[in-house]
Design a binder for this molecule. Structure first.
Ligand code: AMP
Length: 216
């Protein structure tokens, strides 16, 4: 299956993506995760991306498109993919369409996770990520058993640099102006399906699986 997860920051894309990818047996490709790994490793790509990421702005399209093209060339992507955080602009979506047309591998579905804005701000400012294994917690909705420590691996829980309130507000504005037009882009192509992304993680996952069952 070839799936895109669309939705504002804090809609739960990363949390839901892990389970969707596992169930479908496809790689979870998060452009944000790839960029953060590059920042951490101090690569040239990471150095180029860091300033944009810290401000909550988008990394330039040509950087992202090149990165995704390389990722799609890897073997595991032959089985399909789940994109999380990509595409984020109309030029990115057009570039993806060209890449997939060349490969004769059309998209199956674009899932849009819908959440009210005030909920998104609450979710993001309370989000904590394990520095060891990457598991996502929330101070209020999904706290760890021991403060500051991961339940799974005992790693330290950290806050993403771009999850502070002022940067979160900019990321939401960037979503509204640059990414929201993609909803119409995919709706016109008959690919968009809406998922109400409020409630328990499991409830939202069940809504997603109910949609995906139509494509298996
Ligand atoms: P995310 O983890 O998806 O919230 O992404 C974190 C940050 O990485 C974003 O705020 C952007 O600065 C950058 N980023 C991730 N994916 C993209 C993309 N597809 N296009 C441009 N910038 C991106």
């Amino acid at each position: 299956m070839r799936i895109i997860l669309l939705g504002p920051p804090g809609a739960g894309k990363g949390t839901q993506a892990v389970q969707i990818a596992e169930t479908a047996g496809i790689p979870h490709i998060s452009t944000g995760d790839i960029l953060r790994a590059n920042v951490k490793a101090g690569t040239e790509l990471g150095q180029r991306a860091k300033g944009y990421m810290d401000a909550g702005d988008l990394v330039p399209d040509e950087v992202i498109i090149g990165m995704v093209g390389d990722r799609l060339d890897e073997d595991d992507a032959k089985a399909g993919f789940l994109f999380d955080g990509f595409p984020r602009t109309v030029p990115q979506a057009e570039a993806l369409e060209r890449l997939l047309a060349e490969r004769q591998e059309p998209l199956d579905v674009v899932l849009r996770l819908a959440v009210p804005q005030d909920e998104v701000v609450r979710r993001l400012t309370g989000r904590r990520t394990c520095a060891g294994c990457g598991r996502i917690f929330h101070l209020v909705f999904d706290p760890p058993a021991e403060e500051g420590r991961c339940d799974d691996c005992g790693g330290e829980l950290t806050q993403r640099d771009d999850d502070t309130e002022d940067v979160v507000l900019n990321r939401l504005e960037v979503y509204r102006t640059q990414t929201e037009p993609l909803e119409n882009f995919y709706w016109e192509r008959g690919l968009l399906r809406d998922v109400e992304a409020v409630g328990d993680v499991e409830e939202v996952q069940e809504r997603i699986q109910a949609i995906l069952r139509n494509f298996r």
